[in-house]
Design a protein around this ligand. Sequence first.
Ligand code: ADP
Length: 218
Amino acid sequence: MFFILCRMLAVRAVSHHYANTQVLTAPDFELARDEHCALIGASGAGKTTLLHILAGILRPTSGNVMLDGEALYPADGRDDRWRASRVGVIPQKLHLLPSLSALDNVRLAQYFIGNTEGDSARVLLGNLGLQARLHARPEKLSVGEQQRVAIARAIVNQPRLLLADEPTSGLDDSNSERSVELLFEAARMTGALLVVATHDARIRGRFSRQVHLNKAPA
Ligand code: ADP
């Protein structure tokens, strides 16, 4: 029983088609809390597709995903707020809203699920080293600062699962290392399981679990 309760994410027989083309056949895997997982595969192997499935925003053609014992895709669906209160996503393109400050970008994620907890966005940004940048708009922030805002936005609702898509693409070695450390720290801060899609050989070894995806045959 203890074993079952510890299990947090389970991926079973998941595959996905776009039109008639099979783009993903994921291996079955289970991850427990505190396990950090890299989804590895060449470009086009289906990493982003699987990440979207794990995020609850793309119902797989077949198979199922369980998060803390709850199905992400029950027959009658889940609403966006259910998903947003359980899964935090850091997309490859960060999609910060340009007209909002760093603080309001994070608060928006809170408001979306009706989380009115006073100061948590401000405290979180402070913990991520952005105390002096709370009111800056994204265009005034460095790439690293923008990524930290996106991390804060992803964890402000205390998700059970934190997902990041190619977080180190385009970063030099030291920034890439810093970015991975920050994701580990964010997962620690919230107690979330971390899954990162990456084809970056520099960071693979940092993850306790690696799930390999192979490109579907044409
Ligand atoms: P990766 O992240 O590993 O590069 P993706 O999950 O982005 O791989 O894509 C896997 C395959 O699915 C690719 O062949 C891609 O062209 C295809 N694909 C992705 N999104 C769509 C879509 N919306 N419609 C059709 N094909 C898609």
